[in-house]
Design a protein around this ligand. Structure first.
Ligand code: SF4
Ligand code: ZN
Length: 421
């Protein structure tokens, strides 16, 4: 017999109304700061015998032993067991932590994996909120939302820099293994794709088609995640898209994909291709990590990301480019996408692929450097491709300056055909 958990044992309110709440610096008791300290969140599967259901441990100082305003190292591992549990479900559960913790009044959570930031407000501290209550929330939500697969759950919170340094290395191995498993898959090697319509709450006609080589534009839903989401909730946001009727391999145009977008956009969309920026590109909701836009002087594309507020050679910032394409509409030449799609061999493959990328914010270029170089070597036999891509330290507003740079370094875009716009 499974008991559904309805109340969560914490001293502050818990409701989805608190999800957008911002905790300002002056109001925070403490900040878990993944950008400077070793922090992470992880859901992992164990044998039932290794888990004591509802056990919550805090290894290290509690909130009342930490000076107000501190930026600290903290990690939590949610250990689950269940006879229907699969390790592919772990990352789907992990992605929900963001929403679980944000539902706590006075707590703000951003990021994922080992790049998390959590603020706990002074008001919460005064009300008696402690780290162990994070464990209470995680326990209650994981048990109730995933009751079909989780029989037992325990949460280990660690507040100790030295221990978290070691634990983080272990967690990164887990994250890498998951990424490697996905990297070995191609769009051709799988029998089906998936829809994701999680964003229809605020973008009613938007449908992501998620494939192994094209993750959801939010960056948080890989093909494996979509598959797991479908298995966990067969009537849920991720539905199977068969791929039996390919119309155009180069564009990634499938009868089945068109049918799926028509159905799940409620008729707002008729055709979507998987690999083209110009021919019926995929729509964008509002939460794309990156956006790419055509740069007509070089016949390349400029990509910028949410974290980069500066100008691009298109004469537009991220938010200006975002206003060209959000809200579930198709704007040929502009497209929202996930960070990792940049180094995918399917990235605008119909227009020649990632060799079209002429400009990236430096930070994004560094994050993607190795993967970009590897993919460009394979696709074009070009070495050190990342160095050929301009960034804000090379040029921002002037497309002529950009073209000069591309010529100087011998960028592959210069030998590609003009866009067929
Ligand atoms: Fe799903 Fe796409 Fe929204 Fe990500 S952006 S949650 S993949 S609909
Ligand atoms: Zn979205």
């Amino acid at each position: 017999i499974k008991i559904k958990i309805t109340t969560i044992d914490i001293p502050v309110s818990f409701a989805s109304a608190f999800e957008g709440e911002i905790i300002r610096k002056g109001d925070m008791q403490v900040e878990v700061d993944g950008s400077r300290k070793d922090c992470f969140e992880l859901v992992t599967t164990r044998d039932a015998a290794e888990i004591e259901d509802h056990k919550i441990t805090v290894d290290g100082p509690e909130l009342d032993e930490i000076p107000v305003g501190s930026k600290i190292s903290l990690s939590y591992i949610v250990e689950v067991a269940g006879k229907n549990m699969q390790s592919d479900f772990e990352s789907v559960m992990e992605r929900k932590i963001h929403s679980f913790l944000n539902c706590i009044e006075g707590v703000m959570h951003t990021g994922q994996r080992d790049m998390i930031r959590i603020r706990v407000s002074k008001a919460d501290f005064e009300a008696g909120f402690r780290f162990r209550h994070i464990g209470e929330v995680l326990y209650a939500k994981i048990k109730s939302e995933f009751d079909t697969v989780v029989d037992k759950c325990q949460v280990k919170i660690v507040v100790d820099e030295a221990k978290n340094k070691e634990l983080r290395a272990m967690a990164n191995e887990v994250f890498n293994r998951r990424d490697d498993r996905l990297r070995s898959m191609t769009d051709e090697s799988v029998p089906v794709f998936y829809t994701c319509i999680m964003c229809q709450a605020f973008s009613p006609s938007h449908v992501c088609i998620v494939t192994p080589e094209r993750l959801g534009l939010c960056g948080a839903v890989s093909w494996l995640d979509a598959k797991a989401t479908n298995e966990l909730d067969p009537q849920g946001p991720c539905q199977v898209v068969p791929k039996e009727h390919c119309i155009d391999e180069r564009l990634g145009r499938y009868e089945d994909v068109d049918e799926a977008v028509q159905k799940y956009s409620h008729g707002a969309l008729e055709h979507v291709t998987l690999y083209s920026l110009f021919q019926d590109p995929m729509t964008s909701c509002g939460c794309f990590e990156c956006i790419c836009g055509v740069e007509p002087v070089s016949m390349g594309v400029v990509i910028t990301m949410r974290e980069y507020a500066g100008m691009t050679p298109l004469g537009m910032t991220f938010s200006e480019m975002a206003s060209m394409t959000g809200g579930g509409v198709q704007t040929p030449g502009f497209m929202g996408h996930g960070k990792h799609f940049i180094a995918s061999k399917k990235f605008i493959a119909a227009e020649g692929g990632l060799g079209r990328i002429v400009w990236l914010p430096k930070e994004l270029k560094e994050q993607m450097r190795d993967k970009l170089n590897e993919a460009a070597k394979e696709l074009y036999d070009v070495d050190n491709f990342a160095d050929m891509i301009a960034d804000e330290t090379i040029c921002t507003e002037d497309p002529e300056e950009l073209l000069n740079y591309l010529t100087e370094v011998g960028h592959p875009v210069l030998s590609m055909e003009p866009f067929d716009m």
